[in-house]
Design a protein around this ligand. Structure first.
Ligand code: ZN
Ligand code: ZN
Length: 569
């Protein structure tokens, strides 16, 4: 059986806008990788969806006075629109509040329970008698018993980082009704996943792959799990989520972190169903040893995807565990974390409307936080787009193809193009394209883009050196050859840029009417000669883009930068 790829992107939480930290952390790299695989002709499925349960969502929906389902649906829609605007494509983008997801999650619960990996513990918990609600996690706030911070949450103190035991909070306040009186400590039974029982098999599994993972992932997971794994509560007494499927657990819901990663699996099932596929989501995908499973995510999600979900997969025997986790570090905004509440924030909806997906994708890829945190600045956007993309690619296309159109509107004969394929530049491109493929196969996207741009610089140098605008006055045949050779290189750059900048690429490739998917694929795999067919007979340009890369107005960027600085103060 031939190899397949199952690529997942971390499920965005349906509780607020996505920012460029999320885009650069997860979705830009996963989209580039999937486009790369599809261009190579690989069989790949890209799964994502909204993560729609949990106390944080419940609190915000209550605050907005909106029913939970309506609240998550609206964020689901907003996120989908944002991905579309940035040309980030999934084969399926589902929802964890959908019935198909609850159905799958219940099966996982039963499978784990049957194999002895679910147990119960009696916990001390806060209960508010006035409004008759249990107060797990963020449903309660109070004074931190470690540092004295007055607004510590029931799950964590934002000031000192302590993981809070809610019953120990001082001066607790109910976040549901705002009341402070009659908050009692009661006993409540909760269900746990017994991760500790799977420590041995987990370590054996980890040993087999941690050295192939990124240096920021493998050693971290290794050191966290050397001694033991800790059991974790998987249920909550709340009214939004998936019911615990046991008669004795009436009123309890599965905790959001338990059902969310199962979303990858339920969304795969739903996708196959909707496209009418005969493939089985488990046998042909999640359990299939010929499928490489790759989870794209930001570093805050490493523990769930490298420890907890793999144990859930293996202990339940429902699915194979992940093969690779190319987790990114953080993208900050001018050196500090993005924060909507503090106004330290870039509205991605507005930004992509103003600057377009090519400019944003180019800049985010150029600064991807693959091995260290990096930082978004408005000046940086201008410098990268104007200084690199517009100069290197936009100007080259405009100078060469418009010159071509002006002097040879009837086209150029094949012979002018043929001489390129035996030139040193053809060999340089062939080597460059093969190296680029290896870089992306290795899931390194920032160096991948750099490799393409380096080829563009070589083409620019050659073009400037040959100076067809001077050649045409003394030797029109030589000028024709320069234009033909440069056109081939532009075509190659257009194909190589397609995983990164799909819009720019498809606009540019309209100038080459004979290009087919097969030829594109041949070139992308490293066969420069595959392009000969495009230039057979007489080659006439198709639609030449008028302005491939619009320059960004630096004054406008300075304005945005100063607005941001003012808001952040
Ligand atoms: Zn504290
Ligand atoms: Zn209350």
């Amino acid at each position: 059986m031939s190899k397949k790829y199952l690529v997942t992107s971390a499920l965005p939480y349906a509780n607020g806008p996505l920012h460029y930290g999320h885009m650069a952390g997860v979705y830009i790299p996963s989209d580039i990788f999937v486009r790369h695989l599809k261009l190579l002709g690989e069989k790949v499925m890209h799964i994502c969806g909204s993560d729609e349960h949990g106390v944080a969502i419940m609190l915000n929906a209550k605050k907005a006075g909106t029913p939970y389902k309506q609240y998550v649906d609206s964020w689901h829609k907003a996120h989908k629109e944002l991905f579309d605007a940035h040309q980030i494509e999934f084969d399926f983008f589902g929802q964890t509040s959908a019935p198909y997801h609850a159905e799958e999650t219940v099966e996982w619960f039963h499978a784990l329970n049957k194999k002895g990996f679910i147990g119960t513990k009696i916990e001390k918990q806060l209960y508010h008698e006035d409004c008759k609600n249990f107060l797990p996690d963020r449903f309660v706030e109070g004074t931190c018993y470690e540092c004295g911070y007055p607004d510590a949450r029931g799950d964590e103190c934002p000031n000192c980082g302590t993981l809070i035991d809610a019953v120990r909070l001082k001066n607790p306040v109910c976040k549901i009704c705002g009341g402070r009186d009659n908050i009692k400590v009661v006993d409540a039974t909760q269900y746990y996943i017994l991760l500790s029982k799977f420590h041995g098999p987990f370590r054996k599994w980890l040993e087999g792959r941690k050295d192939n993972w990124r240096k920021t992932v493998g050693p971290y997971v290794d050191s966290l799990t050397k001694e033991s794994l800790h059991d974790r509560a998987i249920t909550r007494d709340i009214d939004w989520g998936i019911d615990v499927p046991l008669p004795e657990a009436k009123g309890k819901k599965l905790y959001v972190w338990f059902d969310a990663p199962i979303g990858y699996v339920s969304n795969t099932k739903e996708h196959l169903k909707r496209i009418g596929s005969s493939e089985h989501y488990l046998k042909d995908w999640w359990q299939n040893p010929n499928v490489e499973i790759i989870n794209f995510l930001g570093k805050d999600n490493i523990i769930f995807h490298s420890i907890i979900f793999p144990v859930m997969c293996m202990a339940s025997e429902k699915a194979r565990a992940v093969d690779d986790i190319p987790a990114n570090q953080y993208l900050n905004l001018v050196g500090k974390q993005f924060s909507k509440s503090q106004g330290h924030y870039v509205d991605a909806v507005e930004a992509v409307k103003e600057f377009g997906p090519d400019a944003i994708r180019y800049y985010l890829t150029a600064i991807l936080p693959e091995y260290a945190d990096s930082s978004f600045t408005w000046e940086g956007l201008g410098a990268r787009v104007n200084g690199e993309l517009a100069n290197n690619i936009g100007n080259l296309v405009s100078r060469c193809l418009k010159f071509f159109q002006k002097h040879w509107p009837e086209g150029l004969p094949q012979a002018k193009f043929d001489s390129f394929f035996s030139s040193p530049m053809a060999s340089e491109y062939e080597a460059g394209i093969k190296a680029h493929k290896e870089i992306l196969d290795g899931r390194n996207f920032r160096p991948g883009l750099e490799a393409v741009m380096a080829l563009g610089i070589k083409t620019n140098l050659q073009f400037t050196e040959r100076a067809p605008w001077a050649q045409v006055k003394v030797d029109k045949e030589a000028a024709a050859e320069t234009i033909a050779h440069t056109s081939i290189q532009i075509l190659m750059l257009g194909i190589l840029l397609s995983p990164y900048l799909p819009k720019l690429s498809s606009t540019l490739l309209l100038a080459f009417p004979g290009l087919t998917q097969d030829i594109k694929r041949g070139l992308y795999k490293g066969d420069v000669g595959a392009l000969k067919k495009v230039f057979a007979g007489t080659f006439r340009l198709g639609v030449v883009p008028d302005m491939l890369v619009p320059k960004i107005d630096e004054k406008r960027l300075a304005e945005l930068a100063s607005q941001l600085a003012a808001k952040g103060q």
